[in-house]
Design a protein around this ligand. Structure first.
Ligand SMILES: [Zn+2]
Length: 89
């Protein structure tokens, strides 16, 4: 999956650098991704962010979050609501 996303990211970067298109002479046109739908893993890769299951992985706030151990081998990362600072530090 990383390879497929890597190819898409490279294609998007090429479009951001611009394409020379001949319409009454060559002009450089730049294209930018304005909206997309991804699952969380792909979103983190495309936006160059930490996955949602990692510390500081929430895209809406700057909170570190907490790791909750469910069993000896499994855990979940949570972002508990902080009443006095809900947007994070
Ligand atoms: Zn958050």
């Amino acid at each position: 999956m990383d390879n497929l996303l890597g190819l898409k990211k490279n294609d998007l970067l090429k479009l951001e650098y611009g394409l020379s298109i001949n319409i009454d002479g060559y002009q450089n046109y730049k294209f930018f991704l304005m909206a997309a739908v991804f699952d969380k893993t792909a979103r983190a890769a495309v936006l160059n962010l930490i996955n949602s299951y990692g510390y500081f992985g929430c895209i809406k706030c700057y909170q570190k979050g907490q790791r909750l151990m469910l069993t000896k081998t499994s855990s979940k990362h949570t972002y508990p609501y902080i009443k006095n600072n809900p947007d994070g530090p």
